[in-house]
Design a protein around this ligand. Structure first.
Ligand SMILES: [Zn+2]
Length: 478
């Protein structure tokens, strides 16, 4: 692998950034940082962004008393701000109101049209603005959208349809054989189940939604917001705009998302790409949903976690750590917010923070800041942990790191360097401390992708083996 192109979904801006967005984006950031170390920063492209068209946004803009563009500008800024606060190292922030995106989408759609994969039809259906999609009668509960509890709007209009059915077999086969990876395995079965149920051609334009990218051959229509939003992955990689750039980055190595938008990514998007004659993404990974303190997150229950509050309370790195260690990435799980303080104190203030402070103090005190014994052997296989990161096993990798922390602590307790020093056995002190420093360097190295500031503080303190320093307290007890 020479380059790594990773994406999060572009987030719909009618809402403010929440913990779900943060969860996906932190995970993507860990991967981007990891691959930058492996491949060099110039060979990694990490993209996130905002989905800014569609009826939902014009309605939200109206409510806020703003023009759509002014509204989405404000909202997009909120996302960029939270990502800065969470130390998210994105390379590109894709906004679908960018004129380049319009040009790229036009080119994409025109290609499908000229190929004969788009035809005119009449759409008659029930539309949920909240979902920005058509619902079938079967999907309704008491005549309402099950997610939004609102009655969908019935309407009929002229639309353009995409010949999805023409590409279904090809896409299904690629998923079956793993040429297009859909992960985790449970999600792959779910997607293959969709193919079995049967899928139909779908409409890719709207006549009644003005806020969008115009259909190039019929300016009275706009491209359906989902179809156009998916194309951010190609347009911001330069499709139809900058060939050399596109050549370098496409196909995407990983599209990361929550499982609710898997169908769009694993069925519609590959089919659209195939129709456009473009390569398919290599891997699609959909993580699970979570509850908070055992219950569905809701304003009424008062268990909504705000990422900004978390950063204020615990700091950036601790927030990243607390979120990624709750349950295995990919599965559904529970975020035990009620135990954040306990976990923070145990793992960060008491665990990692204490270990760093303990080792560096002893090196400064007993061996004048120098690591004198250099005959140390490596004990941990960092390659295995790196593989874990590449497999998106974030909580498992962090568990292993915390096992290393516990073991390093235990070794110090067993050898009691302070007693060895008292007894004048300085060679032994040097050996115990040298080993501890090396372990701590390993720990700092693996944490680079997860907790960048903490890792930097550790590695800086240990950089010069002649002059180890004691860093400031990494985590204050709460
Ligand atoms: Zn809905």
């Amino acid at each position: 692998m020479k380059k790594y192109y990773i994406t999060t979904p572009i987030y719909y801006v009618n809402d403010v950034p929440h913990i779900g967005h943060a969860y996906t984006t932190i995970a993507a950031d860990v991967l981007a940082r990891h691959y930058r170390k492996k491949l060099g920063a110039e060979n990694v492209r990490f993209m996130t962004g905002t989905d800014e068209h569609g009826k939902k946004n014009t309605e939200a803009a109206e409510k806020a008393g703003l023009e759509p563009q002014a509204f989405v500008d404000e909202q997009a800024e909120k996302f960029e701000e939270i990502w800065t606060n969470l130390n998210i190292s994105y390379d590109v922030f894709a906004r679908t109101t960018n004129p380049d995106h319009y040009a790229s989408v036009s080119r994409f759609m025109q290609t499908l049209y000229e190929k004969g994969d788009i035809y005119e039809g009449n759409y008659k259906g029930l539309y949920c603005v909240g979902c920005e999609k058509f619902l079938t009668e079967k999907e309704l509960v008491d005549g309402k959208c099950p997610d939004h509890r609102t009655v969908p709007q019935a309407f009929e209009e002229k639309n353009y349809f995409f010949r999805l059915t023409k590409y279904l077999d090809d896409v299904r086969k690629l998923i079956e054989t793993g040429e297009l990876l859909v992960e985790p395995a449970s999600r792959k079965s779910e997607v293959l189940g969709l193919f079995k149920q049967g899928l139909e051609d779908f409409s890719v334009s709207r006549e009644s939604v003005a806020w969008g990218v115009p259909v190039p051959w019929d300016e009275k229509q706009t491209v359906y917001v989902w179809v156009e939003a998916l194309q951010n992955y190609t347009s911001f990689a330069g499709f139809g705009l900058r060939d050399e750039e596109f050549e370098k980055w496409w196909p995407a190595d990983l599209h990361l998302m929550a499982k609710d938008i898997l169908k769009f990514h694993a069925v519609y998007w590959p089919a659209l790409l195939a129709a456009a004659g473009l390569k398919l993404p290599k891997r699609i990974f959909a993580h699970g949903f979570f509850t908070v303190n055992g219950q569905k997150m809701s304003k009424t229950l008062g268990n909504v976690i705000n990422p900004t509050d978390m950063i204020e309370q615990f700091g950036v790195d601790a927030t990243r750590y607390l979120l990624l260690t709750q349950f295995p990435f990919g599965q559904d799980g529970d975020i035990q917010a009620s135990r954040f303080v306990e976990k923070y104190n145990a793992d960060l203030a008491g665990g990692l923070g204490n270990l760093v402070s303990r080792i560096t103090s002893m090196v400064v005190r007993y061996t004048a800041g120098a690591v004198k014994d250099r005959r140390i052997t490596r004990e941990y296989n960092l390659g295995e942990l790196e593989q874990g990161i590449q497999n998106l096993q974030f909580s498992e990798v962090l568990e292993s790191v915390w096992a290393m922390i516990a073991e390093t602590n235990r070794k110090i307790n067993d050898h009691e360097p302070w007693k060895l020093a008292e007894a004048g056995k300085m060679k032994d002190v040097e050996k115990v401390l040298a080993e501890a420093v090396l372990r701590l360097r390993d720990i700092g190295t693996i944490l680079e992708s997860f907790m960048p500031d903490t890792s930097e503080a550790i590695l800086t303190a240990l950089a010069d083996l002649e002059k180890i320093t004691k860093p400031e307290n990494l985590f204050d007890r709460k």
